[in-house]
Design a binder for this molecule. Structure first.
Ligand code: PA5
Length: 451
């Protein structure tokens, strides 16, 4: 009997179809059937490119995690505080993992309950975020993980300078060396050089993997392991999804279909906004991470031939049920320029049943229910109401909020983004638009007078 791999998550794009939304708004068979050939061709190219090693992030689920786990174990034994310094792809993945797989009150738990250090993530150059940490933390008990692929990102290196100074002042320059761990490119960049000179332990980001595709490298895996997340399960989730994608037919591949349908929506229906609406507080960070990969990969002025195309969808985050009471009105009745992408979780952890209810009215409907059930019912209701109003939406469902599902979710979105890049015919791995701002920052810094 054929050994069918069960997908570690489910996807449903039926609420983007003409059968559900009607021909004016949904995709119908006359658009879908020819698309299948395009999808098959895209898949063939993707697989050939993969064989040529053009998408090294795809192989990350199969990496060895021994070095990461050994270093993480050392940190867990020796330090009370872990501070990550990074920005963009060097921070959003680690933050998303922490939020998805730990209690929001992780740092308030006792050391025994946590099992590891308190976790802090600094991804901005705002003194109001940094200064309080210098007051709060004991530098002798703090380890700093400096994360930058290029090894020279101004914001990250600015933070590094301050943390190095702070630690050195308190413990002396010789001991300070034991308080820094650099996660950076194997060969290039200022941070690699500093780490070599100072003798900091280092973790390598593979050469051809840029920030927004790096969550399953030591960028995301190391802080996750330090906080006690099972990083092998995380990679297994990604690997399982990879197997499903590799073995299954194109017509059942959610990442290819998702990429195509969002591309079709933006180019054919002018739906230029993609709202990610997770129904789980813990998935807010992944929605933010998705915002980066979708925006920075697909928002391009020129296509591969150099033609001006100005592509991309604007990612927006709305958290259910909270944003039902703020943004939903716009999604139900505002411009037809968006798709809502729900993320829901099937098995709710630590669910809370309501006590017997004596009151009358709506509140009585909660009798015999739980808080998690209410959240799920609200998601189903909002999905149904959007669909009834002819508003396109889709859904990804995780069996539960655990490392296996979360690893698969990251992988799903990464693969989907690369396919979308192919449909738009743009480079999904560069970010030329970000460079202009960086040049002006340098110019302004060169001016000696204060702003
Ligand atoms: O996805 C990207 O490439 C960017 O968002 C980078 O992650 C971000 O600019 C930080 O770069 P680096 O990791 O080199 O410091």
């Amino acid at each position: 009997m054929e050994n069918k791999v069960v997908p570690p998550l489910r996807w449903d794009f039926s609420n983007m179809s003409a059968e559900v939304l009607g021909t004016a708004d949904g995709i119908n068979d006359s658009a879908r059937s020819p698309a299948l050939q395009l999808l098959d061709e895209a898949r063939k190219c993707f697989e050939e490119d993969r064989k040529k090693g053009r998408f090294p992030f795809l192989e990350l689920p199969y990496q060895s995690t021994e070095k990461i786990k050994t270093l993480a174990e050392m940190v867990r034994e020796r330090f009370d505080n872990f501070v990550l310094l990074g920005i963009g792809g060097s921070a959003l993945g680690p933050i998303a993992l922490q939020q998805a797989l730990h209690s929001p009150h992780y740092n308030m738990l006792s050391r025994d309950q946590r099992g590891g250090p308190k976790m802090f993530f600094i991804d901005n150059v705002d003194p109001s975020e940094v200064a309080p940490l210098f007051e709060l933390l004991d530098p002798a008990r703090t380890v700093v993980n400096v994360v930058t692929k290029s090894g020279g990102t101004l914001e990250t290196m600015a933070l590094f300078l301050l943390f190095k100074d702070w630690v050195t002042k308190h413990v002396g320059s010789r001991a300070a060396r034991n308080h820094f761990i650099a996660t950076t490119d194997l060969n290039k960049g200022a941070l690699r050089k500093i780490a070599q000179e100072e003798g900091y332990p280092t973790l390598d980001i593979p050469e051809a993997i840029g920030g927004r595709y790096s969550v399953l490298t030591p960028v995301g895996l190391f802080p996750a392991a330090v906080s006690g997340i099972d990083i092998d399960a995380l990679l297994k989730g990604a690997a399982d999804l990879d197997q499903v994608f590799q073995k299954g037919p194109t017509s059942e591949n959610g990442a290819i279909w998702g990429a195509y349908l969002h591309y079709w929506s933006s180019t054919q229906k002018k739906r230029n906004i993609l709202v990610t609406m997770p129904y789980a507080e813990g998935l807010n960070g992944i929605a933010q991470w998705f915002g980066q990969i979708w925006a920075e990969s697909l928002g391009k002025e020129k296509d591969l031939s150099g033609k001006k195309v100005s592509t991309g969808q604007t990612p927006v985050v709305a958290v259910g049920a909270t944003d039902q009471h703020s943004q939903l009105q716009l999604y139900m009745e505002g411009p037809m320029d968006k798709t809502i992408q729900f993320i829901s979780v099937e098995a709710i952890k630590d669910d809370l049943s309501f006590p017997p209810i004596k009151a009358e009215g709506t509140i009585a409907l909660l009798d015999g229910r739980s808080l998690g059930e209410l959240l799920q019912i609200e998601q189903l209701a909002i999905e149904a109401s959007l669909t009834k109003a002819g508003r396109p939406n889709c859904k990804i469902t995780l069996p539960s909020l655990d490392p296996h599902s979360v690893g698969a979710l990251f992988y799903f979105f990464e693969v989907q983004t690369v396919y979308a890049g192919r449909f738009y015919q743009i480079n999904a791995f560069d970010q030329p638009g970000v460079e202009a701002g960086k040049k002006i920052i340098k110019k302004l810094l060169l001016r000696k007078n204060r702003l």
